[in-house]
Write a protein that binds this ligand. Structure first.
Ligand SMILES: NC(=O)CC(=O)C(=O)O
Length: 309
């Protein structure tokens, strides 16, 4: 029996090129911001309408660095001296004339001392803030002899699913890195009508080869949407060795473009026709059995649909 609760079709109003910038970043925040600007402009000049930066694109990635690099983002817009990254991202989106998913930056809570988040900001083509996503699932893992990481020693989690309305194109879901391991978040965003799920992320040399591509394809095949993962470039002289391999996966779960480990821009043209074709050929969206199991996108979901008023 097909479900009567068919998901709304994702609507990508017109084709758009999405670019992931696999950025090489160091410890100098200002230099990282200037470098990000030049790469965002390069991607826009090559025709990208949606541009994505990596997780912690303006700092090294690690618990020791979060407080040192943190910026206060609220109230929005924050004073310039409290968030150079906010203002730099807003300016580069406007200069590029493109939507910008601004990777992530460590955020300082404006009210609670010593409380920090890993936060992604999305700007529109005029540099106006559209959405804020605080990483919901913190990266706490322990693979003996390989990697131990405990973001929760320093960071607090966000508490919502983030769906962003890009007026020219439609909706995207934005989440950060470890969030990609949780299919519920992706399913909720997809069932709220997103055409793409976008994850700034920084997997490493242990989990990258095991799961990075698998998870991107998993979220795409489950939800029949585009998935973009955007990593920092690998820097083996830095404290965290990112996997790289930024990629875009299409709604059939094919990896359509993939970087290696070095700095690169990878881009792909997204098209609503591809989503419709996949959903017509393999009609999961009308075959779900919400009489047998619950629809995770319904009920008590902390979800924000963000965009301009
Ligand atoms: N860095 C992360 O948040 C996640 C990661 O590296 C992994 O899941 O593996």
């Amino acid at each position: 029996m097909a479900s009567s609760l068919a998901s709304p079709s994702p609507v990508l109003k017109k084709p758009v090129k999405l670019a992931c910038i696999q950025l090489a970043a160091g410890s100098d925040k200002q230099a990282n911001l200037e470098h990000a600007r030049s790469k965002v402009l390069e991607a826009a000049q090559a025709g990208a309408g949606i541009i994505v930066l990596p997780e912690c694109f303006n700092s090294p990635y690690g618990c020791d660095f979060f407080p040192r690099y943190a910026e206060t983002l609220l109230p929005s817009p924050p004073p310039r001296d409290q968030s150079p990254s906010f203002h730099a991202l807003s300016a580069m989106a406007a200069e590029a004339g493109a939507y910008l998913v601004g990777g992530s930056i460590p955020e300082r809570d404006p009210q609670v001392p010593d409380r920090y988040y890993n936060t992604s900001l999305t700007f529109d083509r005029r540099g106006r803030l559209l959405a804020t996503h605080r990483k919901v699932h913190l990266f706490d893992i322990d693979i003996p002899g390989k990697i131990t990481f405990r973001e929760s020693d320093v960071l607090s989690p966000g508490n919502k699913v983030t769906v962003v309305d890009l007026p020219d194109y439609g909706r995207i879901g934005v989440a950060i890195c470890y969030d990609v391991r949780f299919p519920e978040l992706a399913a909720i965003a997809a069932r709220k009508g997103c055409f793409a799920l976008v994850y700034p992320g920084a997997f490493n040399l242990t989990t990258g080869p095991m799961h990075w591509k698998l998870l991107a394809q998993g979220r795409a095949v489950d939800n029949q949407v585009y998935v973009a993962l955007c990593s920092p470039a690998r820097d083996v002289s830095g404290p965290y060795h990112a996997w790289g391999h930024s990629m875009i996966v299409d709604p059939l779960a094919e990896v359509v473009v993939e970087a290696e480990e070095k700095e690169a821009i990878v881009s792909w043209g997204l098209d609503n026709g591809k989503i419709e074709e996949v959903r017509r050929n393999i009609p999961l969206t009308t075959q779900r059995r919400f009489d047998v199991y619950p629809d995770v996108s319904q009920g008590d979901v902390k979800f924000t649909e963000e965009g301009l008023p």
